[in-house]
Design a protein around this ligand. Structure first.
Ligand SMILES: [Zn+2]
Length: 252
């Protein structure tokens, strides 16, 4: 979606252009058009008042734009989760992001929690009971934690560490110690990038994070793995970082 829907950095025009171009020209990647999540699907993670508030959000560029885009991002995330259930890796190249959206409140460029909506969809269909959520965005995904963190079947982790080595070591330690899960998903924020707000991780680190998830999925959850876009504000390099992560997720 090239158009803008709000005035946040996540919704800025052109933000996804390099990712669309690089993945679109890559012979191994296929785009699937997102569908809209239904209200019933959104209500698994959010209150009715949240839906009302998003529908009337003052920051919307056009009337109802935010609600429509947030519903589309949530629907695309559900589709990515369903593809992953078949053992094929997938990535939801969606916006607005979602990990700062809690059950009845939202902030940080997020409106509906794409991770929670997608996982609670799989759970409602009886397809999973448990999940591991690796949130490697620069910012802690308070929405993921608020919605899913109280359920012992969901592990939510934001790694930390300065530089690739420390960061990857921390991520690997938590994955190694995590209980088995039915699926693994990334809240994939690329704002930790060395030329982004976090000034921390290289492109190769995103590849390694994908590989860690590939290994976890292979050993622990029948290959079921996917990722959803969260932050990432270096528009020029976002495409190569998304590709690096996706290649890792494929085990390449
Ligand atoms: Zn972020």
């Amino acid at each position: 979606m090239k158009q803008s829907y709000d005035r946040t950095p996540a919704g800025a025009p052109g933000r996804l252009d390099t990712a669309l171009e690089i993945l679109g020209n890559h012979p191994d990647y296929e785009f699937v058009e997102a569908r809209y999540a239904t209200e019933e699907e959104i209500l698994r993670a959010h209150s009715e008042s949240q839906i009302r508030n998003v529908k009337s959000d003052y920051d919307s560029i056009g009337e109802g734009q935010i609600y429509e885009m947030a519903r589309l991002a949530a629907g695309g995330s559900i589709m990515a989760a369903e593809i992953a259930m078949g053992g094929e890796p997938s990535f939801a190249l969606v916006r607005p992001p979602g990990h700062h959206a809690s059950g009845s409140s939202y902030w940080g460029f997020c409106y509906f929690n794409n991770i929670a909506v997608s996982l609670l969809h799989l759970k409602a269909k009886g397809l999973i009971n448990s999940a591991y959520i690796l949130d490697f965005d620069l910012h802690t995904g308070d929405g993921n934690i608020n919605i899913l963190g109280d359920d012992p079947n969901f592990s939510v982790y934001n790694p930390h560490g300065r530089g690739d080595v420390e960061y990857l070591k921390d991520a690997k330690r938590d994955l190694d110690n995590a209980p088995d899960a039915d699926i693994i998903v990334a809240s994939a924020g690329f704002d930790q990038y060395e030329d982004d707000w976090g000034s921390n991780l290289s492109t190769e680190a995103f590849h390694e994070l994908g590989l860690l998830m590939f290994e976890f999925a292979k050993e622990r959850c029948d290959g079921r793995r996917y990722g959803l876009l969260e932050g990432g504000y270096n528009f020029e390099d976002l495409g190569k970082n998304v590709l690096a992560f996706c290649e890792g997720l494929r085990g390449r």
